[in-house]
Structure formats: C-alpha cells, structure tokens
Design a protein around this ligand. Structure first.
Ligand code: C2E
Ligand code: CA
Ligand code: CA
Length: 654
C-alpha cells in the first residue's frame, strides 16, 4: 500500500500520466473558470461595441453590424448561461467553441462588409486568444486553422497581391497561438493536477485515519467497541459522575459454555456465537447503552441509570440474560448457551474505574459460581465477601507455604474388601494473619492470584512425605487445580516430584474437575494423557454437578468418577438424587470406570448405596480428613457395616 506521506506532485513528476477520467476532471477544473471569464470579457466587448455603435453610428452597414453585435451579445449571454453546470468536457468544448465562433463571425462579417487592411490584425490576434480560451487540443487546432484559412481567404478576395506578405504574419499568429496554448495548458493543468493529487492524498489519508481509528477502537470479530474503547468510555463516565453526580449502570457478561461450543463445533461456530452475542447485547441494551467486547467470551455494557434503581438495572440484566439463553443458530448447528451477568450501579463518585470493575467483576464471579446464566447485582453481602477475598489474596501472597499449609487425609473405603484402600489429600491453611481458611476459599484465591502452582507443589511434597510411612497397598488421591493442567511444564514438574519421591506412579491418582475441560479441552486432554502415560490414574471429581458431558468420558483416559456428595446427602429423602446416583453408577459400570461415592455420612446412606452396587465410598462415616499421624490407627480400625432392613430402601427405589 502506498503511504499517504508519499504524496505525488505531478509538477515534480511530469512522467506521471493522468487516467482518462482524472484527465477530464483536470480539464474541467482548469478551463471552466477560463472559459467563463472569457465569456464575460467577450460579453463586455460586445456590449461596449453595441453601445458605441448605437451612439456613434458609422456610415456603412450600420444596421447589419448593430444586429450582428447584438446577436453576438445574446449568444454570449446564452453561453454564460450554459456554462453554469457543465457536466462533461465536451459540453465545455462546445461552449468555448461557440464563444470563439461569435468573435470569429463578428470580425469576419465586418471584413466582408467593409474590408480594412488594419482589421486583418484581428484575425491574427484571434489565434492566440482562441488558443488561450479553448480547452482541448482538437478545438485549439480547429480554431487556429479556421482563423488562418479565413485570413488567407480575406487576403485572396481583397488584396491578392499581398497574400504572400500576410501569409507569414498568419504563420506567426499560428505559432504564437500554439505556443500560448501549450504554455497555458501545461501551467494550468499541472497546477490543477497538483491540487487534485493533494485533495486525493488528503482524502486517502483521512480514510486511512478513519480505518485505523476504527481498528483501534473496534473489535474486529463482532464490530463492538473493544476493551480499549470500553475503558475510555468507562473513565469518561466516571469523570462525568464526579462532576455532575450522574450515575450509570455497569454490566459484565461472561458466556457460560463458550469453550465447549468452540471445542465441539469448531472456531468458526465459536466466532459466529460471539457475533450473535454481540448483536443480542446491542438489542438488549437499546440505543442508549454502550456494549463492548473485552476479549474472549467476556463482554461489558454501560448504560444510563435511568432511573437509578435496582429494579431498572436488574431488568437490563434480565433482558441480557434471557436474550443470551435463546438458541444460537451457528449455520450447521444450533446450540444452547447462556451468559452470567455481574451488575453494578455506579453512583459513588469516590470509586475509580478500577474499583467499579472490581465490584462488577465480583458480582459476575458470584453469578458464575452460584447462578450460571443469571444476572447478579452487586450488594452489601458481596462487598463483604469481596473484602474478605482481597484479604485472603493479600495473606496468600505473603504466606510461608511450608509453615502455614498442611495436608490432611480422608480415607476411601472399599465395600467389597471391607477396608480402607487409600486416602484423599486435602489442603488446610492456618494463615498467620487470618487464622484457619477453608480450601473452598483459598484454592480459588490462589488460582486467581496465579499462586496455585507453587502451592500444589508444596502440598504434593507434603502428601508424598506422609505416604512414605503407609503400607504399599494404600493409595493416594491428590487434587489438581485446573490451572495446574493448563501448562505442560507444570504437569511435568508435578510428575517429576512424584518420580523423585520413589513412590510407584500406580499408587497415586490425580483428581481433576470438569472446569479444566470447560476452559481448554484440548490442553486438558494433553495434560491427562501426559499424566496417564506416566502411569497414574485420573479421577473426574464432583461428577454430576457440572456440565457432565459424556463426550469427556469417551475422549479422555479417565479411569474413575467421583460422584458429588450433594447427591448422597439427600439420597434418602429425594428420589431424584437416588435415581441420579443409580444412573451414574450404572454409567460408570457400562464405561468400565471406577466410581467413588463421596460424602457418605450415615450407615443408612451406605446401605442404600450398597444395594445399588456401589463399591468405593468416602465420607465422614469412614473418617473425617485427618492428619498424617492419625492414619496408622485408622488403618487398624475394623468397620462393621452389616446390612440393614430393606423395607425403606425398596420404597425409595420404586
Ligand atoms: P473435594 O475434592 O470434592 O473434596 C471433598 C470435600 O468434601 C472436602 O472438603 C471434604 O472435607 C468434604 N467432605 C468429605 N467427606 C464429607 C462428608 O461426609 N460430608 C460432607 N459434607 N463433606 C465431606 P474440603 O477439604 O473443605 O475441600 C473442599 C474442596 O477444596 C475440595 O473438594 C477440593 O475441590 C478443594 N481442595 C481441597 N484440597 C485441595 C488441594 O490440595 N488441591 C486442590 N487443587 N484443591 C483442593
Ligand atoms: Ca477431590
Ligand atoms: Ca469432590
């Protein structure tokens, strides 16, 4: 592409030829003022001639000349009129030629009526005049030839003996005409050309600047304003709020199941889904809202707080929520989808754009965690939670991992062997600043802060150390975070730590959750392959509560499912929990996968699970998570879970 700064000046670059259309423009621009000016001058000449003839009539042919000059003046007025909106060069050529012809006829009529030698000068003078007025070479040539021929004809008719003398004067007139026409044409056309080139370059530069601005401000895929423009707009709103007190609404939107769509149907379908999301956000927000794409499947929206009520912002949130949960037509496929929305009423002038984003983001985080596909408005409870989580983040950053973190172990029981076969390692944090913090809080915090990998390493080392004292038949289950799976290097580090411990890989199982598959299926699969190749088994944790796609089970070398404790806790009261557990158990048997049922707290739960064919269980009934030194006595404990009367179990099973 030619740079706008490489402006082409035809004066400096005479070799540069204009395109035909361009050339026409140049001639029009250059000659229209010349022809118009000449027409006015000719009209002035005719009027002057008319007046002088009127007041000082000559002797001969007074009437004819008066009429001829009047006709010339009228014709010139007509030409001036025709020159108001000429569209083509041909139009201009006709007007200029007509103008020259009025002069030509006038002067020739006079010579014909009463020949005067001195008036021959007019015929010669008219050659350079025509050359200056006429816009094209062909009209100039015709004009000069006409004058020359008429000169010779007048000589031949009136003074044939002087034809030869005047012939050379005529030739000089022709030469002067040609020279003048060329000088004028070159000068005028080149300056017009230069002006046009400058205009064109400026237009190109402006178009380029517009395009660059568009690229810098808009997201190429969806056409929505991009992250940069969103933050500019947010800052402007914040400034405006500070100055005028005008509140506004802020919404952050994150698609709930975009990754699976991208992974399953391909990137083109994923792109189409994002484009649809963008259009729906525009529609849901209405003409006064400012939706933007922040990146990936994250969007944001700014809207006037009109009125500034929770109801108004929630109704915006619900509009977004319901539009985003409509089916998506992705060409070959139609799929379901939903978006979580975090909402904030921005009415506190003391908060910066960063503070506002943090609050809206926390509402979004809550929406994602608790109510996928729903809109959540930031409130006082979330504010308290956010403060706690920022305290956790701070404490986590300065924590001494080795001293503050420990691992406890929860037994896993085999009902057919009636013994403990392994332990799940569970992390505990006794923070020097905050006291005990539960893993449900600090694991996500470590993930957010990018500290999970060193934490995983510390916990794994501690678990492996404890394992050194265990009998060979007792295995370890260790939880990995989604973030651990996202990097091949992190996985390699984890595998190397196990290798260095000397404990056989077959005794260590890694538990992963579905979130890994949701965030990047291909990388999750590579990581699981990497772990399996090293000889470890992999269990899919919390199965049943998330996306629970059968596709994951088919495509991944997973060897076990862990059925989430939420189903077990209500298995006695809720027949649907009962049916879910039964279905998941038979699914694991069909797919030849192991299955651990978590959260077994009572014997009644255990017995009902046994009737369903459950083999491996975990829960407070067998043991609470315990420190390493309590493992030997736990292993020595004998469990007696004799079958209970079946009446209640049968009732539930119906
Ligand atoms: P999880 O992997 O599903 O772990 C089981 C959780 O259920 C544990 O909570 C355990 O104490 C609890 N639990 C066990 N038996 C029962 C029961 O009978 N009834 C009830 N109500 N709960 C029971 P905990 O230790 O608080 O861990 C919570 C979650 O934190 C874990 O869920 C796991 O996702 C995560 N987590 C814990 N330790 C680690 C770790 O070392 N690394 C990673 N990445 N995540 C961890
Ligand atoms: Ca687990
Ligand atoms: Ca679990």
């Amino acid at each position: 592409m030619r740079s706008v700064f490489q402006s082409r000046n035809p004066m400096m670059d005479p070799a540069q030829e204009s395109q035909p259309g361009q050339r026409q423009d140049e001639v029009m621009i250059a000659y229209l003022p010349i022809v118009r000016g000449a027409a006015i001058a000719v009209l002035g000449y005719f009027l002057f001639d008319l007046i002088s003839r009127f007041f000082f009539p000559g002797d001969a042919h007074h009437g004819e000349m008066l009429a001829a000059v009047a006709i010339g003046a009228l014709a010139t007025i007509g030409i001036i009129f025709a020159l108001r909106h000429p569209r083509q060069v041909l139009h201009l050529e006709i007007c200029a030629s007509a103008l020259c012809l009025t002069l030509f006829f006038n002067s020739n009529l006079q010579q014909t009526l009463y020949f005067e030698v001195e008036n021959l000068n007019y015929a010669i003078l008219m050659m350079p005049i025509f050359a200056a007025i006429l816009p094209t070479r062909r009209t100039i040539a015709a004009g000069i030839i006409l004058n020359f021929v008429s000169l010779i004809w007048q000589l031949q008719v009136n003074i044939p003996d002087q034809v030869f003398d005047y012939f050379w004067v005529g030739v000089s007139g022709v030469a002067a005409g040609v020279a003048i026409s060329e000088i004028i044409r070159t000068a005028v056309l080149n300056s017009v050309k230069a002006r046009l080139a400058a205009v064109r370059d400026r237009e190109k530069a402006e178009a380029l600047a517009r395009e660059t601005r568009h690229l810098a401000e808009c997201d190429a895929l969806t056409g929505l304003p991009n992250r940069r423009s969103f933050f500019l707009a947010l800052n402007t709103h914040v400034e405006h709020l500070k100055q005028t007190g005008d509140a506004f609404f802020l919404g952050l939107v994150d698609m709930d199941s975009f990754k699976p769509v991208n992974d399953t149907y391909g990137h083109a379908a994923g792109d189409e889904m994002l484009r649809i999301v963008a259009r729906r956000l525009e529609e849901a927000g209405g003409s006064t809202a400012f939706p933007a794409r922040l990146g990936g499947d994250e969007f944001a929206i700014l809207a006037p707080a009109n009125p500034k009520t929770a109801q108004a912002i929630l109704s915006l949130g619900h509009r977004i929520e319901s539009r985003l949960s409509e089916p998506y037509d992705l060409g070959e496929y139609t799929c379901k989808g939903s978006g979580s929305v975090g909402l904030l009423i921005c009415d506190d002038p003391d908060l910066s754009a960063h503070d506002l984003m943090e609050r809206a983001d926390h509402a979004l985080y809550f929406a994602k965690r608790a109510l996928q596909g729903r809109a959540v408005l930031f409130n006082a409870a979330l504010e308290r939670e956010m403060t706690t989580s920022s305290q956790v983040d701070k404490a986590l950053r300065k924590a001494d991992y080795d001293a503050e973190f420990k691992v406890v172990f929860q037994p896993q029981f085999d009902l057919t062997k009636s013994r403990i076969t392994g332990f799940e390692a569970l992390a505990r944090w006794d923070s020097s600043d905050l006291g005990p913090v539960t893993p449900d809080v600090f694991i996500p915090a470590a993930e957010r802060a990018g500290l999970i990998r060193p934490l995983t390493r510390t916990l794994l080392c501690k678990a492996l150390d404890a394992m050194a004292d265990w009998p060979d038949t007792i295995n370890l289950s260790f939880n990995l975070s989604t973030h651990d799976l996202m990097s091949p290097n992190a996985i390699e580090g984890i595998l190397a730590t196990v290798r260095d411990s000397g404990i056989p890989a077959g005794r260590i199982e890694f538990e992963i959750t579905e979130t890994a598959m949701m965030s990047d299926f291909n990388q999750a699969r590579r990581a699981i392959d990497q772990i399996s190749r090293a000889g470890h088994s992999v269990a899919l944790d919390d199965f049943g509560i998330g996306y629970s796609s059968l596709q994951y089970l088919q495509q991944l070398p997973v060897s076990k499912l862990k059925i989430d404790h939420s189903f077990v806790s209500s298995i006695l009261e809720d027949s649907s929990s009962y049916k879910i557990v039964r279905t998941l158990l038979s699914l694991s048997q069909t797919l030849d996968l192991g299955c651990v049922i978590e959260g077994v707290e009572t014997e009644a739960q255990l017995h009902i699970l046994r009737t369903m064919g459950a083999r491996h269980i975990q829960g407070y009934l067998i043991g609470q998570p315990m420190p390493a030194d309590r493992i030997p006595p736990a292993l020595d404990t004998t469990f007696d879970f004799s079958p209970r009367p079946m009446s209640r179990l049968k009732k539930l099973a119906q």
